[in-house]
Ligand binder design. Structure first.
Ligand SMILES: Nc1nc2c(c(=O)[nH]1)N[C@H]1C(S)=C(S)[C@@H](COP(=O)(O)O)O[C@H]1N2
Ligand SMILES: [Mo]
Length: 214
């Protein structure tokens, strides 16, 4: 495929997802862009478990498996060879800060699904990270046109503190549902709870429902 053709394909994808250029729109529910109990910040705070894993790109791998037809393990080159997807979204942390208009670029969750082909039994997804963090979501929540694995933030490579090389972004849920330093994605018929979900945080984590604790 030549460069032009590749670019056309990418742009077509954005159009299909109603994304790209100035027409991108962020999601919000009801009249309020800011969910209840949140305040707006201009900075981008860092939250982690006190440990920021350092993964050289040459050693970075992403394994996607479980209840799928075609499990894969991607190197950094394999990841970049996927159709690239851009999105702009708001970020809502359960500790009450929100940050508007973050630009992300990477591989959409829908693209991942089209590669691994989840079995019909697969209803849940568990994300595991290089710092041993985990978080879980229903497959329906991941199969959305604003969910992606990003390696950039606002046009620059995603820094280690924010989860680089690659992190997950799930704009319609509180941000703990987006695994930084993602290492494994497992499709399953069972809902296995993640790090914060077993520690009293909500399994659903819906910002507009003020749904913080489980
Ligand atoms: N691997 C990993 N992912 C993680 C976390 C973590 O500690 N480890 N913290 C979560 C929480 S609680 C939030 S609010 C966001 C914070 O992302 P940020 O540090 O880029 O703001 O990452 C989420 N993903
Ligand atoms: Mo958080």
């Amino acid at each position: 495929m030549d460069q032009d053709n590749r670019l056309t394909k990418t742009k077509e994808q954005w159009a299909k997802a109603r994304r790209g250029g100035e027409e991108r729109e962020v999601f919000y529910e009801g009249d309020d862009r800011l969910p209840p109990g949140q305040h707006l910040v201009e900075t981008f705070p860092v939250l982690d478990l006190g440990f920021k894993p350092d993964i050289p790109l040459s050693e970075w791998k992403l394994t996607i498996g479980g209840f799928v037809t075609n499990p894969v393990t991607w190197s950094w080159e394999d990841f970049l060879a996927q159709p690239q997807f851009k999105d702009r979204s708001d970020f809502h942390c359960v500790t009450s800060w929100s940050r508007y208009d973050n630009d992300w670029e990477g591989v959409s969750f829908k693209q991942i699904m089209s590669v691994v082909k989840p079995l019909s039994l697969a209803k849940f997804v568990l994300f595991k990270s290089y710092d041993d963090y985990t978080t879980n979501l229903p497959l329906d929540a991941c199969d959305d046109d604003d969910v992606l694995l990003t390696y950039t933030w606002n046009g620059k490579p995603l820094t280690k503190e924010h989860g680089g090389p690659v992190r997950v972004i799930v704009p319609k849920r509180y941000a703990w549902k987006g695994a930084k330093w993602v290492k494994e994605i497992t499709f399953s018929d069972k809902d296995e709870k993640g790090f914060w979900e077993v520690r009293g945080y909500s399994n659903t984590a819906l910002p507009w429902k003020n749904d913080r604790y489980g």
